[in-house]
Ligand binder design. Structure first.
Ligand code: FAD
Length: 512
């Protein structure tokens, strides 16, 4: 039997990116269908790290407390050579720019379980597991999706937009028809996830051992878990490496065996460094691993996918509501691709440090990096956090920068800004309530976006408890900012009196 159901958005794939996008759209009351080919959730660990910005996305999704409970913050990520000398060190703050720890360690199945619970609490998400998308019909008005169910039944749906969150081997990608830029940087690693029977204290929590005899990663896999990654050596077959016997043999020098720990999984994973050149074709879009893949050394694959989801969600919301022109969706690729490229380049730069098997090359690397350390230089700086050109205030030095979230007090309530004051389009100023400076039309437009406005300061209605906003505004030399729902700045002005022109410029950009 064939049935056709109509949705606002159909999402193909229910990994973390599909889950997050479905929730973000359903929170805005859009009717969302999710089609996932697997009948059950993928049970094995993959990602182990998310950063402060992603913590704020989880907060937006409504799972902050649950995710905090399922993760642990990391202080140091150290890169050592075979002799134990430090080559590189990343110190992570307990409170990062977005109000969350800069580095958080977790187990991906646990995060997916929490996102699934949240998605199931939202009535406008129609979740269809055991539904493989096998056909896509694309027209000017809608997209038809054909699924084959686990029972062999055909099912058809129509949606105004379809987003492929269907992972590295994306089916939807074929229909977008874009080119893949592949940097050709790939290596095989054995991934081993372990649950030690007794609680362990690791210092530093996360280490890369850049030993050409066997490059090894040793990181937290979330509370109560450890992750080891061992690079495949020349002449070693994948079958030989990917065995339980090999996993235990490689763990032995670390003091772990079946008597004191449980092996959750072992698998050989080939990482890639590549991205798709266009993430939109008409009503078809891509997000997450379907659009980009990267080496795991910066822990940014899933993080990048969640940034895609929050960027796309507010744009789809405005387009579906008829408040923005569909061309606004082109800014999704133009903003996100440069960011993803920077993250992939950083992940590759880190990969080039550790994926060295030649002892002579490793010696040269060590000398250069230890020398750089002594001179106080960092050989592998983290990437800039700006997004690329898009829905931004032209020529504004703050436009495209990730904005902060600090702790505030408002009346009797104390907490992170988004929870206390609100989220979405947000005007902030240290000198006045920016909304009070809006002209009639700008005020009506800003209200139609559900905009939030706050005067933040030591003695303002929104009290800047730690002075984080005061410091930010002083450093930036501006008096008002307009923050987008994905926490990046649309723009700024040096006087709060210019708020109207900032908001009018946003209106122009969304209509263009
Ligand atoms: C070893 C390892 C370590 C990693 N470490 C990190 C890290 O520390 N931090 C980090 O941020 N990232 C990390 N990553 C990357 C992270 O796991 C991925 O980026 C993330 O899972 C991608 O999420 P996604 O939702 O885009 O895709 P996926 O999680 O792959 O989900 C795609 C879904 O689409 C479904 N699907 C596919 N085709 C169809 C179809 N035709 N119809 C219906 N459904 C379909 C699949 O069944 C799957 O459930 C790591 C990855 C690995 C392997």
């Amino acid at each position: 039997m064939t049935t056709t159901t109509r949705y606002d958005v159909a999402i193909v794939g229910y990994g973390p990116v599909g889950q997050a996008l479905a929730i973000l759209l359903a929170q805005r009351r859009w009717r969302v269908a999710v089609f996932e080919k697997q009948p059950l959730a993928y049970p094995l660990p993959r990602a182990v790290h998310f950063d402060h910005e992603i913590g704020r996305i989880f907060q937006t999704i409504g799972v902050a407390d649950e995710i905090r409970g399922a993760s642990e913050s990391a202080d140091i990520y150290e890169w050592r050579n075979a002799a134990g000398a430090t080559l590189l060190r990343f110190d992570s703050q307990e409170s990062g720019l977005s109000g969350w720890p800069e580095a958080n360690m977790f187990a991906q199945p646990e995060i997916e379980r929490l996102l699934d619970l949240r998605a199931r609490s939202l009535a406008s998400i129609d979740l269809n597991r055991g539904h493989e998308v096998v056909g896509i019909r694309h027209s000017d008005k809608c997209v038809g999706v054909e699924c084959l169910t686990a029972e062999g039944r055909h099912f058809e749906a129509e949606a105004r937009f379809v987003v492929g969150c269907d992972g590295a081997n994306s089916f939807v990608r074929q229909h977008v028809g874009a080119n893949i830029t592949d940097l050709g940087f790939f290596f095989d690693w054995l991934i081993v996830d372990l649950k030690p029977h007794l609680a362990q204290k690791w210092s530093p929590l996360n280490i890369q051992i850049c030993d050409p005899k066997r490059p090894t990663t040793l990181v937290s896999g979330g509370p109560g878990r450890r992750r080891w990654e061992f690079m495949r050596l020349p002449g070693e077959s994948i079958e030989e490496l990917n065995s339980e016997t090999t996993a235990w043999r490689l763990l032995k020098p670390w003091g772990f065996d079946p008597a004191n720990s449980t092996l959750e999984r072992h698998t050989v994973y080939r990482f890639q460094a590549r991205w798709i050149d266009a993430w939109r074709r008409g009503r078809l879009l891509l997000a997450g691993d379907a659009a980009h893949q990267m080496p795991p050394f910066a822990g940014q694959g899933m993080c990048s996918g969640l940034r895609d989801a929050i960027n796309l969600a507010w744009k789809l919301d405005l387009v579906l509501a008829g408040r923005a022109s569909p061309e606004v969706l082109d800014s999704y690729s133009s903003e996100r691709i440069p960011h993803v490229q920077a993250v992939i380049n950083f992940s590759m730069a880190l990969g080039r440090v550790i994926c060295v098997l030649d002892p002579a090359e490793a010696q040269l690397r060590d000398a250069a990096m230890i020398g750089a350390q002594k001179e106080g230089q960092r050989s592998t700086p983290p990437p800039r956090l700006n997004i690329g050109p898009g829905i931004l205030h032209d020529g504004d030095p703050c436009a495209g920068r990730l904005f902060l979230q600090g702790r505030v007090r408002c009346g009797q309530t104390t907490g992170l800004f988004d929870d206390v004051v609100g989220r979405g389009w947000t005007l902030l100023s240290p000198s006045a309530d920016p909304a009070s400076k809006l002209g009639r039309e700008a005020a009506a437009f800003f209200a139609s976006l559900g905009g939030v406005s706050a005067h933040v300061g030591a003695d303002a209605v929104v009290q800047d408890i730690d002075g984080t906003y005061a410091r930010w505004f002083a450093d930036a030399g501006v008096d008002v900012v307009l923050q987008r729902p994905d926490f990046y700045l649309f723009g700024s002005a040096t006087s709060v009196k210019a708020t109207s022109s900032l908001v009018n410029e946003l209106r122009r950009r969304l209509a263009a």
